[in-house]
Design a protein around this ligand. Structure first.
Ligand code: SF4
Length: 664
């Protein structure tokens, strides 16, 4: 139980506080604000204790708690004393910038330094690379080839910039965001990405995306290159509820039929003509079409990995799959070298097919992978077939990193049940798990579950949608500022509009569309937020989308939120494989961990949007009675559970409750 854990941790923290009186540094010397909020000191003690004793800690605290500053302040004392380094990983650019903003505050009290990274796409200056890279020729690979052959002038210039210790004296500040590094490096015609890497060697905090941290490259190249021993690295995992899915993504891979066709064309004529590559790629394309012919739109099935390669080999009258793929790998590498030498972009579909299939076969006997062929149809109606290597075990990605570093601090506002996440992060049984109190006054939140309304698939009909629209309108009309409505899928959002929501709405409606460009979404959100003080507007988005997960809506930019339905994933063969794997790996908790937990995390993320600051007043309406079931309540964190009440399926009652809340 998190509460029991909290008591134990509080006692440990108390003992530790006594011990700390003899210690040279403590979080108190690093925390940059005059006073700490409710729960912050407890969290800092618990984290500092865990770091000093080298155990992993999984900490839950609500949004707006100040987790970033609290975490930095409590890890930095050990890092400074031991000449260590914090790798602070987060998901969005905004979260990474936030790390640097808090570090700037700490730097007013203590001599601390840090940099944030973005991907090469945002930090590379080389137009040749930026304009040409794609999935077949990723930017990292091309950058590596250019650097190795001395063909990137930005890198060559940086090499002459001296040692990292000299470089940090040259840059304008010792705490720098990625955009600030880009600005400075651009003014010197040096590579910003490589400059950030150099600075990372001599700073205390390196903020970077999860994608790097759980890429095998981080252990092989990035961390050794930092010059800090692994035993002196503390890994902070911010918004750690995202880590299991990110880890699985990073160990998974896909090959589309488009690439196998490209490989066939590449090998068919011209300077790269190659009979073996041509026969195999052509045969593979035909086999993929044949095998997927019984799949419906957006459908998938499990396949035998070795059979796919063997069938293509037999049909092309070739001998060994391994030999053919090795030949294609070598031929593809030759093509890439030739292109680069000729000043062209080093891209080879033959190479990509070979690399994917060699890995596909390498994983064939591993029980923590499943092998899928899928058929998807885009909104434009284009059908795509792909082979998907689907990883099933997030701990196989996280554990190699965790077992070699000093310790890890995982923090999140949505990490209930905390034991489940701790296991999926790869933390061992010794790790500390602690939940910290919300600094928000309970009176600032109204949480309502609509009883008697079930939006699950079998209950969806005209009448259910009409009731859902009535409830959404009741909330919107009783809310002084903006309302966010986050549905369990885009199609539910469309159905609400079809059921008359937009027609009956008297406020402006902003709709998040699937596949919307980031810049278009940003513009829309800016406009939506501006309506908060001008009579209010409505944002109709999706749970698990960029606005319900990463959006920050303080004050009247979102006063109320309606969470419509539980966003369970489709029961696909990959999901079934994940549930079966988790049943074995996590003591028969496959359905809980693989299916229910991700859905509830998405719902709770959406629910947390209106309460971002200490003084925010927010209404959270969970529009589905299943949220109040004892089964799902286990997945709701205490900051929400403590205010949730079930009300009858009556829109007038709902409107009255919301109105009264905002009037007090
Ligand atoms: S060294 Fe820097 S500028 Fe050159 S290709 Fe790589 S990331 Fe781009």
């Amino acid at each position: 139980m998190p509460e029991n854990n909290m008591v134990i941790k509080a006692i440990e923290a108390f003992i530790f506080e006594i011990l700390m009186t003899t210690s040279s540094n403590s979080y108190k010397e690093f925390f940059p604000y005059p006073t700490s909020r409710k729960g912050q000191s407890e969290m800092m003690l618990a984290i500092e204790n865990a770091v000093r004793t080298g155990v992993n800690i999984c900490a839950e605290a609500p949004n707006g708690f100040g987790k970033t500053c609290v975490t930095l302040s409590s890890v930095l004392p050990w890092v400074k004393e031991n000449n260590g380094k914090i790798l602070y990983c987060a998901r969005t650019h905004r979260q990474l910038d936030r790390v640097i903003e808090e570090l700037v505050e700490i730097s007013k009290r203590q001599n601390v330094s840090g940099v944030s990274f973005r991907g090469r796409r945002h930090m590379c200056l080389n137009p040749f690379v930026l304009e040409n890279s794609d999935f077949v020729a990723p930017i990292s690979e091309v950058c590596g080839q250019l650097k190795a052959t001395g063909r990137c002038s930005y890198y060559e210039k940086l090499k002459k910039a001296g040692e990292p210790e000299d470089l940090i004296e040259e840059v304008p500040k010792k705490v720098l965001t990625a955009p600030e590094i880009v600005e400075f490096a651009t003014s010197k015609s040096m590579c910003p990405y490589e400059m950030a890497k150099r600075l990372a060697k001599v700073v205390d905090v390196v903020a970077l995306s999860y994608l790097y941290v759980f890429d095998p490259w981080i252990l092989e190249v990035f961390i050794p290159d930092l010059g800090t021993p692994l035993s002196k690295i503390v890994l902070v995992q911010d918004e750690a509820h995202n880590v299991p899915a990110t880890a699985l993504d990073s160990a998974s891979d896909s090959l589309t039929i488009r690439t196998t066709r490209q490989a066939t064309r590449e090998a068919s004529s011209g300077p790269f003509k190659d009979g073996t590559s041509y026969e195999f790629s052509r045969s593979l394309t035909m086999k993929l079409q044949e095998i997927s012919s019984d799949l419906k739109d957006n459908d998938e099935k499990v396949v035998n990995p070795q059979d796919i390669v063997d069938m293509a080999i037999r049909s092309a009258s070739l001998d060994s799959g391994e030999r053919v793929l090795r030949h294609m790998q070598e031929h593809g590498a030759k093509i890439k070298r030739g292109l680069l030498k000729a000043g062209k972009f080093p891209r080879s579909a033959i190479h990509r097919v070979a690399e994917f299939l060699l890995n596909w076969i390498r994983c064939a006997d591993k029980h923590d992978y499943t092998f899928i062929i899928s058929s998807t149809t885009s909104r434009a109606g284009t059908k795509s077939i792909s082979l998907n290597l689907v990883a099933l075990d997030p701990t196989s990605v996280t554990s190699p990193v965790l077992s070699r570093i000093h310790n890890s601090v995982a923090i999140s506002g949505t990490i209930s049940p905390i034991d489940a996440y701790s296991e999926m992060l790869g933390f061992d049984s010794e790790s500390v798990k602690a939940t910290f109190q919300s600094p928000f006054a309970v009176a600032n939140r109204l949480g309502l579950v609509i009883g008697g309304l079930d939006t699950s698939f079998q209950n969806r009909n005209g009448n259910t949608f009409a009731r859902m629209v009535d409830h959404c309108l009741a909330v919107v009309n009783a809310t002084p500022g903006n309302t966010g409505i986050f549905t369990s899928s885009y199609s539910i959002g469309r159905s609400l509009v079809d059921a008359g929501f937009e027609k009956r709405l008297k406020r402006e409606l902003f709709i998040e569309l699937p596949g919307m460009k980031g810049t278009d979404n940003d513009k829309m959100i800016e406009k939506f937020k501006s309506k908060g003080e001008k009579g209010g507007a409505v944002l109709l988005g999706v749970q698990g989308g960029r606005n319900s997960e990463g959006g920050d809506f303080p004050g009247s930019t979102m006063d109320s939120v309606v969470v419509v339905g539980v966003p369970y994933a489709r029961p696909t063969p990959s999901m079934e494989a994940l549930i079966a794997y988790y049943d074995i790996a996590f003591n028969q908790k496959g359905r809980d961990y693989a299916y229910v937990l991700p859905a509830m995390t998405r719902a709770i993320q959406a629910a947390g949007r209106p309460v971002r600051r200490l003084d925010d007043k927010g209404v959270i309406v969970m529009l589905d009675q299943r949220f109040a079931s004892s089964y799902l309540l286990r997945f709701i964190p205490s900051w929400l559970r403590e205010v949730l009440q079930v009300i009858p399926d009556n829109p007038s009652d709902l409107a009255h409750q919301v109105e009264s809340f905002f009037m007090t």
